[in-house]
Design a protein around this ligand. Structure first.
Ligand code: SAH
Length: 371
């Protein structure tokens, strides 16, 4: 007897969605469906002001129009597979399934003064940084603007409904520090930034300064971003000040060297007036030596930069671990001595592999296996 195997889900481009379109295209798309332009405005209000992606629940849309809109410009794109909470309900990791079965994650974090969501811009990542969980599986595909924005809208809805520990809150901050390299999915990331930042009703109206785009240092992307007139906070994942080690820790360094990356970031700071941040995962006996702190300090002391140290969150099976508290302190002291602003990132969601950049490939494998 022949076994009937389920066809493997085809990894592919998602259907086009309202959130992939700019303002003009949204109106055109609605008109093409034979609907008046004001429907585009109504859709935008549901998405960006009410954070409601479920067209079936919209009371101002008659049933026949709902069907038409849903089919053509509002297909369901992301479905929650599961959520895991930690930190007394203040951190929640959501696993999302895309139309082709591909899985991505986002992490929602509540702080006393803000609510932040960490989102994915790609399924997997092609940058191959050896300490990063996402990098190990390679790149599956780019996400569309709608798939990225849907993570933000879902987070805003959760915060507004009071699903975190402290009652209803407004989503205030967005960081592109989940899976993927945002500058390698440039156009979709720019459309997403418009969806987040443009004032209501055409976007969520969140301040650009509360949005952080983190990059391995794709110089052409940084240069382009500085001309977009969207002054988001730029974070550069440097991880070491010397090219020799960076060539292995962040392999794209073989193409864009430390100096070129910093010059592009300086130019970004000049054009936008925004201080940029340098991400530095402290890895025991790899990049945490006093001489590297001193070199980093010398590189940064006359720049408009701030260092964000991240204790390494070891990936499963990794030979690397986080630096000792003593070395961490000394690293901070040396930077401060040179007048370089430095902070130590808290490791939210560590036990659910939910710390940024550490979105669990393991969990995705598990879900795939069980299906
Ligand atoms: N590709 C982008 C954004 C995703 S990662 C970038 O590289 O900037 C977000 C941050 O988490 C990056 O600074 C990344 O280097 C860091 N990161 C990745 N894996 C990590 C780990 N295991 N421990 C600590 N930080 C990690």
């Amino acid at each position: 007897m022949e076994l009937k195997l389920e066809p493997k889900s085809k990894v592919g481009k998602p259907p086009q969605h309202f959130l992939d379109l700019n303002q003009e295209e949204r109106k055109e798309a609605v008109e093409e469906l034979g609907l008046p332009k004001f429907r585009a405005n109504q859709i935008a209000i549901h998405l960006f002001e009410h954070f409601n992606l479920e067209i079936d629940s919209w009371s101002d849309f008659p049933k026949d129009i709902k069907e038409k809109v849903k089919e053509n410009i509002l297909p369901s794109l992301i479905t929650k597979v599961r959520s895991i909470q930690t930190d007394n309900g203040k951190t929640r990791k959501d696993l999302w399934k895309l139309h082709d079965g591909v899985l991505v994650e986002s992490v929602l974090m509540e702080y006393p003064d803000r609510v932040t969501v960490c989102i994915s811009s790609q399924a997997g990542c092609g940058m191959d940084c050896p300490f990063c969980a996402t990098g190990q599986g390679g790149l599956t595909r780019n996400l569309s603007a709608a798939e990225i924005t849907a993570q933000v809208i879902a987070a805003a809805a959760s915060a507004a409904k009071g699903e975190l520990s402290g009652g209803p809150k407004r989503l205030s901050n967005i960081v592109f520090m989940g899976m993927g390299e945002p500058m390698a999915n440039y156009n979709a990331v720019i459309q997403t930034l418009h969806n987040i930042i443009d004032p209501n009703p055409n976007g969520m109206g969140i301040s650009a300064r509360n949005v952080t785009v983190s990059t391995v240092g794709l110089v052409p992307g940084i240069e382009k971003l500085s001309k977009e007139n969207i002054p988001v906070t730029l974070a550069v994942s440097l991880h070491t000040p010397d090219d020799e080690l960076r060539d292995t820790l962040v392999p794209i360094n073989n193409r864009y060297k430390v100096n070129e990356v910093l010059e592009a970031a300086d130019d970004y700071a000049r054009k936008t007036g925004r201080r940029y941040s340098i991400e530095y995962a402290l890895i025991k006996e790899i990049n945490d030596q006093a001489w590297r702190a001193a070199l980093l300090g010398r590189l940064l002391k006359n720049r408009i930069a701030h260092v964000n140290l991240i204790p390494l969150n070891p990936t499963p099976g990794s030979k690397w671990t986080a630096s000792s508290k003593k070395d961490e302190k000394e690293f901070i002291r040396i930077l401060e001595e040179q007048g370089v602003p430095v902070s130590l990132r808290d490791t939210r969601g560590k036990e659910i592999d939910g710390a940024c950049g550490q979105l669990a490939a393991r969990e995705i494998e598990l879900v795939n296996r069980n299906e």
